[in-house]
Design a protein around this ligand. Sequence first.
Ligand code: FAD
Length: 525
Amino acid sequence: MSERYDIVTVGSGHNGLVAAAYLAAAGKKTLVLERNAWFGGGVVTRELTVPGFRHDQHSMAHIFIQANPLLKNDDLGLRAKFGLEYVFPDVPMMSVFEDGATLKLYRDRERTCAEIAKFSAADAEAYRRLADKAAGYLPMILASVYAPPAPLGPSYAMMDQSREGRELWRYMQMSSHDLLRDWFEHDRVRMHFARVAGENLVSPDEKATGLGVFVFVGFLEAYGIGVPVGGSGRLTDALIACIRSHGGEVLANSDVVRVRVANGRATGVETRDGHVYEAKDAVIGAFHPHDLAGLIGGLPQEVVEAAEATHISEIGCITLHAALNEPLKFKAGDDVSAAMIELLPTSYDTIRKSFDRLRYGELSEYPLVGLGSLTMFDPSRAPPGKATMHAWDYVPYTRADGRSWDDAKASYVERMLTHMGRFIDNLDSNNIIAWHSDSPVDMERTSSSFRRGDLHGIAATTYQYGAHRPTPDLGQNTVPQCERLYLVGPFQHPGGGVFGAGRAVAMQLCGELGIDFDKIGGRAR
Ligand SMILES: Cc1cc2nc3c(=O)[nH]c(=O)nc-3n(C[C@H](O)[C@H](O)[C@H](O)COP(=O)(O)OP(=O)(O)OC[C@H]3O[C@@H](n4cnc5c(N)ncnc54)[C@H](O)[C@@H]3O)c2cc1C
């Protein structure tokens, strides 16, 4: 059986959907094929525990997509026509320390400074300067994240031409720890920013991660954290509604096992159940670099070898979702309210050592637990008066004790709950109605992007960043010697996270097809 489309997109992750939605809106006959029985990849909300409780299985904080013209200008009408709605908590992120102290990062800079001044007046002043610098860098960062990456050589040469550029280069090469030690004197303040930078699955001591601090501060101040009303998956729902409204199709249970190539050009795909879907114009695929050779025959050997040599983070993620009878009661008091809440020890070195242990494939002694209880801001996610919790921790993919994660997951969840009990009074069997956990192994089962529990597909390190993400061959979202095949995924520029990066692929493809990208959606931008 063979069906014919203009564009076939493999994978219904938000990046594939974003690319497909622009092309469908441009009038292309578009098909999206998803292997899972559900849509959305890392942007999905499901009743994982009991009916009535909606859990964001993976991403919950929509940060980086807020500045994407897809949402900022509502290019495709996701907000105006397709029901996407966000709330933005005043406090995107806060640290709760084990002794009951707290530190909030507000969108309002002066309120953040007042929080930091509880620990150090000098650090409050330093934050003012750091946030100023972050706001200065933001336009440049925004210009680079929603478009195909600029080649590295000219970018570095440009940086080297000015004092500001050279300073930026220096920050880029530093670890977050190097940077935080230079900027702040108080351990708690350093730890607060080190932990949020660690959400990129990197230790604060990892070199070449320093810029992350500026990126987080710049984005969080300017845009905050968007909490989608009804759950993260509402973004997926809106994109699918948009594609269908333009005559496109989105199919589940369709596992693509082969990209068809003729005369050096992608011409369609084959699914495991024997369907062939022809693509007149292009195939877009959420293909992890380690899977490329298995899906596409005849690629140059050096391209395949470089793709297979890409590194995955040693830090895997484990999540715990709970349906709760009542909202969480923090020992630190009722004032604990933020989209993202980090549970931290009293000494900064404790978390640095936790990250170190992971580097050696061991469980961290002090769990690195963060959580969100988004019913605080969006009660529609649970029955009246009830609540949800989404907690995460970092673990090695392969356990040093030889146990499989399927076997050891429940006991690890107990460990997480016991640890969280130091911060929260009511995390007991009276309050927890039911829980669901995804180990790093479960995570890669839900999407081939989340290989070994790496939320970013491949590690967020400089040698696999920008135009070299995942490799220099594949960094422009295209595949050598296979025309009209485009790549989307967290392993492509600008990396893991809800960025809506599929927009850059739609731009590239429109250029190739002679479509005026700026007119898509009926608006000249
Ligand atoms: C636990 C967790 C928490 C996270 N939290 C956040 C957060 O709070 N904020 C944030 O910004 N980011 C977060 N992230 C990262 C973010 O979710 C991802 O980077 C993002 O969703 C990736 O989107 P994507 O479309 O590129 O890929 P994916 O979402 O991985 O989508 C790829 C899709 O393609 C499908 N697919 C792949 N191959 C095939 C094939 N051959 N045939 C058919 N279908 C195929 C997969 O099944 C999948 O559905 C989190 C990730 C995880 C795992």
